[in-house]
Design a protein around this ligand. Structure first.
Ligand code: AMP
Ligand code: ZN
Length: 461
């Protein structure tokens, strides 16, 4: 299995530290607002990485932190006039609602920054003790000059960073690229007691401390979108490796942005759509399809047209499963033929090649074509294969419900037609046939309700 490692800038064979186990950490949300569909792209892709490892038989420990204290949270708490902890609580709940609606699997752990204050203070103190950090007026900085590998992930040179720093230069720092480990509290800000006075730790310290506490000093995979390479992940490496002298993470994975008209979707540019709003218009699997049909490292431009097409493509897969009556044999164990095993291998080869989900989706459609044109006796196996592999990408999660209840446009029209005939029967006072239609629809789980404006129908869940 090959993974593109941002650190070496090439695809490398994946070798876990502990055989059979994958320890991965995904930088999570700052809970000061709802997350947007760009954040969702990153969360969703790593959900697929995790599913694929599980499909390959690995035990995955998946950690996603929740940043429940930072500048933006404090600002929002002033804006909404409620304590920062209530802001966090509100948006943590929203985060869980939204990831569920997006069909993401639960992480193994969702640690919060505020639960790791003591550990963060300990790490900063240790860095200071060993000469990697220094204090100035209640703030503590990491000294980039003290760590010889600084810049190895982003490829940035310290000299460049010096000339890059301009007007806003902080005169307290020894080098402009020195980053804040501990931030002194301003009056009335939430704060924690520390050897440097009241304040709070920085975000770069949060992720390094939490990931190491849960996954160990060195672990397998650290993930995020490309914006996190610098400075966030570079600064995590500096802190971890300055102290341990060992590689912090073996594989760094970074996803491309979701753009909007060629620009990164972000809160600060105010060019975003909230994931929850997109979900009101589009099915979660259509969104998933849209993201996964492109390489995860390439940028994607947000497009409603492509989302509509994606929804259509998913509907097409479902309708084939419906046509072969998948539910009637879903619990049988399939025995795959040579051709089916070959298709499965093709899928695996695509995913083994740095998670080429676009190619993997193409294999799903190849299987669908066999489903469309194959002899009766192999239909079941193709249907099983489609579902088995589709689920690795996170599709077909509520298959039973969808196949039972998802009606094609045609069946909706047929229901309307029956309602029309029932009303004709009623007008002719042919109660027997009118009732018969109602009863028969009822048996299919379709409920009719007569209102002043006509008959409405609904699916009985
Ligand atoms: P944030 O809440 O901004 O810290 O972002 C949470 C996660 O979403 C991080 O992994 C970011 O790298 C990622 N992210 C932010 N904006 C985008 C975007 N436009 N496209 C893809 N991922 C993003
Ligand atoms: Zn992080």
């Amino acid at each position: 299995m090959k993974i593109y490692n941002s650190l070496s800038r090439k695809k490398e064979e994946f070798i876990p530290i502990e055989p059979g186990k994958v320890k991965m950490y995904v930088c999570g949300p700052t809970v000061y607002n709802y997350f947007h569909i760009g954040n969702a792209r990153t969360f969703l892709f790593f959900d697929v990485v995790r599913r694929y490892f599980e499909f390959k038989g690995f035990e995955v420990i998946y950690v996603q932190n929740i940043t429940d204290i930072d500048d933006k949270l404090i600002k929002q708490s002033i804006k909404e006039k409620i304590p920062f902890s209530e802001i966090a609580e509100k948006y943590i709940k929203a985060f869980f609602d939204d990831i569920k609606a997006l069909g993401l699997e639960q992480a193994t752990f969702y640690p919060k920054a505020t639960e790791y204050m003591n550990e963060m203070i300990d790490l900063i103190a240790e860095l200071e003790k060993k000469g990697f950090a220094y204090e100035k007026n209640g703030d503590v900085y990491f000294s980039v000059n003290s760590f010889k590998d600084y810049g190895k992930l982003s490829g940035k040179k310290l000299d460049e960073l010096r000339t890059g720093a301009r007007v806003e230069a902080n005169l307290q720092k020894r080098h402009p690229a020195d980053f804040t480990l501990w931030k002194k509290a301003k009056p009335n800000e939430p704060s924690w007691q520390s050897p440097w006075g009241k304040g709070r730790p920085g975000w770069h310290t949060e992720c390094v401390v939490i990931s190491q506490k849960i996954l160990g000093e060195s672990f397998d995979i650290h993930c995020g979108a490309v914006d996190l390479i610098f400075p966030h992940h570079e600064n995590e490496i500096a802190q971890a490796e300055a102290l341990s002298g060992k590689p912090f993470v073996n594989y760094w994975m970074h996803g491309g942005f979701l753009n909007i008209s060629g620009e990164k979707m972000s809160k600060s540019l105010d060019n975003f759509f909230l994931a929850r709003d997109v979900l009101k218009k589009f099915d979660a699997e259509a969104i998933r399809f849209f993201f996964l049909s492109k390489n995860y490292r390439s940028p994607i431009d947000f497009s409603e047209d492509i989302l509509i097409e994606s929804a259509r493509a998913m509907k097409n897969l479902y309708s084939f499963l419906q046509q072969v009556d998948y539910l009637s044999f879903m619990n049988e164990n399939p025995e795959y033929s040579k051709n089916q095993i070959q298709l499965k291998d093709e899928f695996i080869n695509a995913m083994d090649d740095d998670f080429n989900t676009a190619k993997a989706i193409a294999v799903l459609f190849k299987i669908r074509n066999f489903l469309a044109h194959n002899k009766e006796n192999e239909l079941k196996q193709y249907a099983h294969l489609l579902v088995e592999l589709g689920r690795v990408l996170g599709f077909f999660s509520n298959l039973e419900e969808k196949l039972k209840l998802n009606l094609s446009d045609m069946s909706e029209e047929l229901i309307e037609l029956l309602i029309k005939y029932r009303s004709i029967f009623k007008q002719e006072k042919n109660w027997k046939y009118a009732d018969q239609i109602r009863e028969d629809l009822d048996k299919l789980g379709i409920k009719l309700k007569d209102t002043k404006t006509g008959t409405e129908w609904s699916l009985d869940r």
